[in-house]
Design a protein around this ligand. Structure first.
Ligand SMILES: Cc1cc2nc3c(=O)[nH]c(=O)nc-3n(C[C@H](O)[C@H](O)[C@H](O)COP(=O)(O)OP(=O)(O)OC[C@H]3O[C@@H](n4cnc5c(N)ncnc54)[C@H](O)[C@@H]3O)c2cc1C
Length: 299
């Protein structure tokens, strides 16, 4: 039976997703942060896993074949996609009515037994000739039981498994001529940071890269930037972001034009606050994103 609360919740959800309200929210948000690039034409299409590769102790690469991505192009080195993962024992539902950047309104309206899960991952490589894309996913530390649907699906994924892929966007600015940029994050930002470092070759901009990892040796080594610095800090038992913030605070970041910070919610928020409040960067010159949230699902 549909309750009044359910009806009200559904009406509020519909209202929040109206184009007019979304435009107002986006305009307000754009005053507080650097914004992602807008993608023209979104899609959410079925695909399948073709390979699963252990890249490093905490990193697993999934190669996905996505024929419906014909003509797709990444917009930047931190491009992300949504993986729409079928529930255990359920098939992928029809997702063809999804045409915008957010699949949740359509997926949220599906009955719970068949409703797939959605989680977001960085495109590590896109090969247009074969319509294959790679994502690299952090496995939670061994023994840690706090695992969401994304981690569970990735840990058990095998070649042939179905998955749908939702187009996303990118946020790392393509402009040239900046003196220096800061790029900081934790393991979940490793694929984006690796892509940013690869794309920055020959740009002349100094990159100050900070990566926080749980333990040493759990991820592949990042290359040193041509100009700038690379600092890897170990989190150990500390709260995500504490060690990273400490290290950023101490760094010589003269000439900084832009900051990009992604990882656990508090990590992203505190490093961004430091760049704006203590280093004087404009809010619109700092992109920050909560890639995950300690102790609860990000969804
Ligand atoms: C734009 C974007 C790009 C991203 N790119 C990548 C990427 O390339 N690779 C990647 O691995 N992740 C990436 N992430 C992060 C990933 O989407 C989140 O970690 C997501 O929460 C995983 O979903 P889940 O179902 O495993 O966990 P959730 O259901 O979100 O959470 C369940 C529990 O697991 C915990 N948890 C979630 N993630 C982690 C973690 N990394 N370490 C420890 N505990 C965790 C939560 O605190 C919670 O207690 C990206 C996120 C965004 C928004």
């Amino acid at each position: 039976m549909t309750t009044v609360a359910t009806t009200l919740r559904e009406a509020a959800t519909r209202l929040l997703h109206t184009p007019a309200l979304a435009r107002v929210a986006t305009a307000a948000y754009a005053r507080t942060t650097a914004m992602p690039v807008e993608r023209e034409g979104h899609r959410c299409v079925p695909g399948s896993v073709t390979a699963v590769t252990a890249v490093a102790p905490w990193l697993r690469r999934l190669t996905l074949h996505v024929p419906g991505f014909q003509g797709y192009a990444v917009l930047g080195p931190d491009e992300y996609v949504g993986l729409v993962m079928p529930r255990a024992g359920a098939e992928l539902p029809d997702l063809s009515s999804i045409t915008g950047p957010n699949p949740r309104p359509v997926i949220g309206a599906m009955p719970e037994e068949v409703r797939p899960d959605v989680r977001w991952y960085t495109v590590r490589e896109w090969r247009p000739d074969t319509c294959e894309l790679d994502v690299e996913v952090v496995l939670h530390p061994p023994g840690e039981v706090d695992e969401g649907p994304g981690a569970t699906w990735v840990r058990t994924a095998r070649p042939g498994d179905p998955v749908a892929v939702q187009t996303g966007s990118a946020s790392y600015p393509a402009r040239t001529g900046d003196e220096a940029r800061l790029v900081a994050g934790d393991e979940t930002a490793y694929p984006a940071i690796a892509g940013i470092l690869e794309g920055a070759r020959g740009s002349g901009t100094a990159l100050h890269v900070f990566l926080e990892v749980g333990q040493e040796g759990v991820l592949p080594a990042l290359p040193e930037p041509e100009r700038g610095s690379l600092t890897v800090v170990v989190r150990g038992d500390r709260r995500p972001g504490e060690a990273l913030l400490e290290s950023v605070r101490k760094a010589d970041l003269r000439g900084l034009d832009h900051g990009w910070v992604s990882g656990e919610q508090e990590l992203a928020a505190t490093v961004r606050r430091h760049l704006v409040s203590d280093r004087g960067l404009a809010k619109t010159s700092v992109y920050f994103c909560a890639y995950w949230i300690l102790g609860r699902p990000r969804g």
